[in-house]
Design a protein around this ligand. Structure first.
Ligand code: UGY
Ligand code: MN
Length: 270
């Protein structure tokens, strides 16, 4: 290799050499290289239409999966006591949310309250989506969250901790009814999280655009669009955007519950 050149196969997002993967599975974090995706595991979708990225089998308190629907193909979910959040990554789709019809384009999203059945039918170009599902942690005296539909363009991106180069869009209301958040982070090239976070909430993350470096515990990973990351509670985490274009990621976070409530179903505090 000549000085100053980089072998393509070692750049995140490019094909890995046969027999190698960037996937890392740890006790407190995981990085999932799209090269390793294997389809199946979500009843309600054809086996080839879904890929489970993160689940309790990994140690997480939620599920994160990708959906790829061919034109006209449909699938859905809605388990008892489980709430859902879907973000349409590409294409167009007709959704039925508890029987209510809604048309979605790329960048649109919906939240379904615990137990509400939802179904998605892809439009003429197909549809790609990411879904987060979580058992709802009920709280005495607090009503369940309502059905919600939104569009990325209608949510303001606010400077994160005062940094105009790191814009955060918060898709779900900060209301005690909600026990999950889903946010979209956009970093200009060179921007970063201001410090290494270590917090009680866990994350599921999907890189949507651009590239950067993610610190997870004591390891630093080059990441690019298509990578998924699980961060367990207290996993030290930090991100910096590298490359010529902005980096964007969508992430899940459990919120709004006392740490003594288990966050994995019924709250334990009466
Ligand atoms: O909301 C968060 O905890 C966010 N700042 N974490 C992250 O992007 N890894
Ligand atoms: Mn965080």
């Amino acid at each position: 290799m000549r000085a100053g050149t980089v072998r393509k196969e070692f750049i995140a997002g490019r094909p890995s050499p046969p027999g190698s993967t960037r996937t890392v599975l740890g006790l407190r974090h995981a990085l999932l290289d799209p090269v390793g995706h294997v389809r199946g595991g979500v009843p309600g979708f054809a086996p080839e239409a879904a890929v489970v990225l993160i689940s309790p089998r990994l140690g997480a308190g939620f599920v994160q999966f990708l959906v790829d629907l061919r034109p006209g193909e449909a699938g859905g979910s809605g388990l008892p006591g489980v709430e859902g959040f879907l973000y349409l990554l590409a294409g167009e789709a007709a959704a039925e949310l508890g029987g209510q019809p809604v048309l979605l384009a790329a960048g649109d999203f919906f939240f379904t309250p615990p137990g509400m059945a939802w179904r998605l039918r892809a439009g003429a170009c197909g549809a790609r989506a990411v879904v987060f599902e979580k058992p709802y942690a009920r709280r005495p005296g607090i009503s369940e969250p309502p059905l919600l539909v939104g569009r990325t363009g209608e949510v303001a991106g606010l400077p994160f901790l005062g940094d105009p180069d790191a814009l955060l869009r918060t898709f779900l209301p900060e209301d005690p009814s909600f026990d999950m958040a889903v946010n979209l982070f956009e970093f200009r090239p060179g921007a970063s999280l201001p410090f290494v976070e270590a917090h009680v909430m866990e994350h599921g993350l999907l890189m949507l655009e651009g590239r950067g470096i993610y610190r997870l515990e004591d390891a630093w990973y080059p990441v690019a669009a298509g990578d998924a990351i699980w961060m367990a509670p207290y996993c030290p985490q930090w991100f910096a955007a590298l490359g010529p274009t902005p980096a964007r990621y969508l992430y899940y976070k459990d919120v709004g519950r006392h740490p003594l409530e288990d966050g994995r179903g019924e709250g334990k505090i009466a």
